[in-house]
Design a protein around this ligand. Sequence first.
Ligand SMILES: Cc1ncc(COP(=O)(O)O)c(C=O)c1O
Length: 378
Amino acid sequence: MRFETRAIHAGQEPDPLTGAVVPPVHFSTTFAQDAVGEHKGYEYARSGNPTRSALETCLAALEGAAHGLAFSSGLAASDCLLRQLTAGDHVLLSDDAYGGTYRLVAKVLAPTGITFSTVDLTDLKAVRQAWQDTTRLVWIETPTNPTLRIVDIAAIAEEAHRRGALCVVDNTFATPYLQQPIALGADVVVHSSTKYLGGHSDVVGGFLALNDDELSERLGFLQNAAGAVPGPLDCYLVLRGVKTLAVRMDRQCANAMEIAEYLDTHAAVSQVMYPGLATHPGHALADHQMWGFGGMVSFITAGGEPAALKVAASTRLFTLAESLGAVESLIEHPARMTHASVEGSPLAVDPGLIRLSVGIENISDLLEDLEAALATVA
Ligand SMILES: Cc1ncc(COP(=O)(O)O)c(C=O)c1O
């Protein structure tokens, strides 16, 4: 089955008992046993739930992975994976990794004796220099947030494997529709399904996808033992969202491209960051490693922070809010919002930077909205 078909059918056979076409939302926390230890695959809902199984099967199929594990948030998924490390292990982290991931590594793992370095993963020479004998894991995000740099997954995965480390890709921004990290050599894919997978700003969730049976077993143990599992309604919402991922993403990519081109010619904008633009330093790599350039666009206002704050407060359709990846367009000011509280993070965000999460509205309405907002600082 091809991607769009898998999104609708993988893990979602009609219910054998009732014929229900939509996987039922199983709220039951416990499951009847015919005799002690004799059950139908489910005992207790933290350990397993049929709605969660449907989601895990579907998302694993979309990432081209043998195994999938769903969590209550993207950070819960990251936490489960990073707990595989022990004192003395070293992590190589992108220097503009999502702030919450940085905080998890720097503030939660580092005090337990795990060490880390941040590095520009677009620079292979710098990656080799930052590598240590104890490096067990390299954590990639591509495109990065909020500057939308593109990291060569295959090259970093090769480097990691040559040195016996795991290559992890946070695929939240691209989604499996645009980028397949496992096919490019990554070992584990991480998602905040709160974003494009859910797609409607109404559910928080996380996901891990991988091929390795033994690692999957260990992660599954921890998923149950630490217990950061999603509820059945959350699983249902992500599963419903993912059915339309391909059509949403097509529209988001098309809208984002038009917006990037429009901003690129605007006098009030000094720089546009969108991998779809031929002038973007990662354009050729993105063209090779992705099937589309995504729905995120960042730009720097010519008038610096005052202009950026004015524009962010002046749009009507682009709602001023954190998060990303849903059907509605959002605008935010990373220096004061998403990237403000990352104490100690090496990422210095330009105070004139604005990040857009482009939705699926009519492109003319979106362009008119930006035009009016930019006119306030022209
Ligand atoms: C790239 C990326 N990874 C992980 C996360 C964390 O996900 P969650 O907020 O679902 O815990 C986020 C959240 O913004 C994100 O943008």
